[in-house]
Design a protein around this ligand. Structure first.
Ligand code: BDP
Length: 724
């Protein structure tokens, strides 16, 4: 007879419980597995034995629904709610206004700290009994508190002594979708756009709701639906009705909708002859348009604008500046409390100045001139979402203007959705950078959350990596980047390690034998991609247009700063862009302490070396290797790191399903192939200048440079026709 040993049975049950509900990835980090540990389960059941959940509007109702959905799965039992609060309640969920006086007094310090969106989650002793309390000043705080509680349970945290006082450090926590009206997604690698414009407004896809749930669970409270390379049609009545339908789905989750506004819309859809921001007819057109939007969407967030950047129309077409343009829209939005998010991603082909300096030169003189409801959205670095960039010098340089951080979650320059790269490491590095604008400790995080300069409003945006792929983000691990962005927008001081830990537990398993190695793999993955793509401060050496794979040799594009050769400047003497005070002096845009460090190759952190310096091939690196050898070894290290990732994932097999293993394994194989492609192509190309042999540790390329240069990818994903 076939018989399973009891110990094996226990082991099998344990493994089965470790599987998330839906191995296809659709549930994201909201899979809510039943807690397998009996003691912990009992603790959770005791805490939630008798629940009073305050009744209220749609956000509170949503919070209650989410609690039921999540907790019933986690506990494997139905929840017991009481109509009114009573002394037998073990768990009380209520807003400050309805708390009984003695409880209110007990919690008043905490509640005064958490503002309108925060919450207090505490296990206290009340009238001689243990009471678990979730309290907040507003409905939305309760919703966030419910999601955090579920998340803590998913992580199997002990709640019996919990005392959590939480509130978002940043006001606007926003996703920017670069989705076109034809459902293609610029720089999107996870399928087509979620927004089915054709079927809206009548047909509301379940995904809209699941998308809102996921966002709210990590505190995202704003979404811009459309591409920054905007189409004016989105502002026409037909599309606004569709937008309104989406806003209605998102509202119960505390999410406001924003749209990208094309600056020339008054001409394209309004029949005006100009879009000059100082023309009263133009101002009136925007006022009317905005009024119409608010009549359909009373809580509309505002406009996100890309103007005079990469060919987009803007105020400069009429001899005006960014202040004129942004303030015109701000005037229209102000009566409705709407915001203008004006992007600082500008550079011009007619401006011979180093591209890295141009945004600063254009915007810093305008500090303090924007209206109160304008935020300037600034990419994390001065070029463009590279695998590594020093922080943008505008951070810290505009104390009288709220600077909103723009990170890219979609992996345009980080291997699309085929490479496993945990981006919170990148975000953390930027946020922790010290601008020195008000002395030591003036970190980018403090600029962005507004605490350094006492800004009235603050924001962080992430360019979304979401599409209609079954698992939302293409790569299962790219979900962690969406999750991590949300967590950092809520609190820019949380560590990448904490985020990885939380996400792994909520998504895969709580088993420490799984968590530790996989977490390390995630935390090292960003450095791996830097090593095999852009080590030592190299940047923008991607193939043209689609940015898929290496193209350091590209030099014939019409705009000089679109050519990789502009950025690496390799020649027989050496490599790198001299942005020091002996070169373009981009370093001069930083505070003197930072500039000093960057100016000298001996003090410049080596990860930024070739960003700021053009150095001879035999320049000696800190580890004693020549620049050429050191660079080649970095490329090799990147490839080796991917090999290690594959090994780590192989060892993780016992803790995940076969499908989960297989999916990431196949993707890692592609990543390895492409890491080798990067190493081989870049080293062969740079070798034509260095004329030096590769160090023996570096694997030789099986193919020639001509082969790599001949590769063409006309159908690489994420591109829009005008970038061809
Ligand atoms: C670049 C992208 C381009 C975007 C642009 C932007 O290649 O598709 O339109 O950024 O941020 O990175 O506006």
């Amino acid at each position: 007879m076939f018989c399973i040993k009891p110990t094996l049975l226990v082991f099998m049950v344990f493994i089965a419980c470790a599987y998330p509900q839906s191995p296809d990835g659709y549930n994201l980090w909201l899979g809510y597995d039943k807690v397998g540990k009996p003691k912990l389960l009992k603790e959770y059941k005791d805490l939630t034995n008798s629940i009073y959940f305050e009744d209220g509007g749609e956000v509170l109702k949503t919070a209650k629904k989410e609690m039921v959905t999540g907790m019933e799965k986690i506990l494997g039992t139905t929840l017991n709610f009481t109509e009114a609060s009573n002394t037998n309640n073990t768990f009380l969920i209520a807003k400050t206004a309805t708390l009984e006086t003695s409880l209110k007094e007990k919690m008043s310090d905490d509640l005064s700290e958490v503002g309108s969106e925060g919450f207090v989650l505490k296990s206290i002793t009340h009238k001689g009994k243990k009471l678990f309390v979730l309290a907040a000043n507003e409905d939305i705080g309760i919703l966030y508190g419910v999601f955090r509680l579920l998340n803590l349970m998913q992580q199997h945290k002990d709640l019996s002594t919990i005392s959590l006082v939480e509130y978002p450090k940043i006001d606007l926590r926003m996703l920017n979708h670069w989705d076109n009206l034809d459902r293609t997604v610029e720089r999107g690698y996870a399928g087509f756009s979620l927004w089915n414009w054709h079927k809206l407004p009548e047909y509301l896809d379940q995904r809209y709701l699941d998308y809102a749930r996921a966002n709210a669970s990590i505190g995202i409270n704003a979404v811009s639906l459309t591409n920054v390379n905007a189409n004016s049609l989105i502002l026409t009545p037909m599309y606004l009705e569709k937008v309104s339908a989406l806003a209605t789905v998102f509202r119960p989750y505390g999410i406001k909708v924003y749209l990208t506004a094309r600056f020339s819309a008054p001409m394209e859809i309004g029949g005006l002859e100009t879009a000059d921001p100082l023309d009263p007819k133009v101002q009136q057109w925007w006022n009317n348009k905005v009024n119409k939007i608010y009549s359909l969407i009373p809580d509309f967030g505002g406009f996100l604008v890309k103007a005079n950047s990469e060919g987009q129309p803007g105020p400069q077409n009429y001899g005006r500046n960014h202040v004129d343009g942004a303030n015109m829209m701000a005037r229209a939005l102000q009566p409705h409390n709407g915001l203008v998010i004006w992007r600082a991603f500008v550079y011009s082909e007619h401006d011979p100045e180093d591209r890295a300096k141009q945004a600063f030169s254009e915007f810093v003189p305008l500090d303090g001139l924007f209206r109160d409801n304008v935020l300037i959205q600034t990419k994390n670095g001065a070029i463009d979402f590279q695998p590594r960039e020093p922080f943008h010098p505008m951070f810290g340089a505009m104390p009288n203007t709220p600077l909103m951080m723009e990170f890219q979650i979609t992996q345009e320059y980080l291997g699309f959705s085929t490479h496993l790269v945990f981006l919170p490491k990148l975000y953390e590095e930027v946020l922790d950078s010290d601008t020195y604008s008000k002395g030591k400790g003036s970190t980018v995080a403090k600029v962005v959350d507004g605490s350094l300069d006492n800004n009235k409003i603050s924001g962080m945006a992430g360019v979304s990596n979401i599409g209609n792929d079954l698992n939302w983000t293409g790569h299962p691990f790219a979900q962690a980047n969406w999750y991590g962005f949300g967590r950092l927008a809520w609190d820019p001081y949380i560590s990448a390690g904490t985020i990885a830990d939380e996400w792994l537990r909520a998504t895969y398993s709580n088993n420490p034998d799984f968590i530790e190695p996989v977490k390390n793999m995630m935390l090292n993955s960003r450095e791996a991609v830097v090593n095999y793509m852009n080590p030592l401060g190299l940047h923008h050496i991607f193939d043209t247009g689609h940015h898929y794979g290496p193209g350091p040799w590209v030099h014939e594009l019409s705009r000089p700063e679109w050519n990789p050769t502009y950025y690496h400047k390799a020649d027989t003497k050496g490599i790198g862009f001299n942005r020091s005070n002996s070169g373009s002096n981009a370093t001069g845009q930083y505070a003197p302490e930072v500039a000093k460090t960057f100016n000298d190759p001996n003090t410049c952190p080596e990860e930024y070396l070739l960003w700021f310096h053009h150095l001879p091939w035999d320049y000696t690196l800190k580890n004693g290797y020549s620049l050429w050898d050191g660079m080649a070894l970095k490329y090799e290290e990147g490839v080796d790191q991917v090999e290690e990732m594959i090994e780590t994932w192989n060892n993780a097999q016992p803790y995940i399903t076969k499908e989960q293993y297989q999916e990431v394994h196949m993707l890692l194989k592609i990543q390895l192939k492409e890491a080798k492609w990067w190493r081989n192509a870049c080293l062969l190309y740079f070798q034509t200048y260095s004329q030096k042999a590769l160090p023996k540790e570096v694997e030789k390329s099986p193919k020639s440079l001509e082969y790599y240069q001949s590769l063409k990818f006309p159908f690489a994903p994420g591109i829009r026709p005008q970038w061809d």
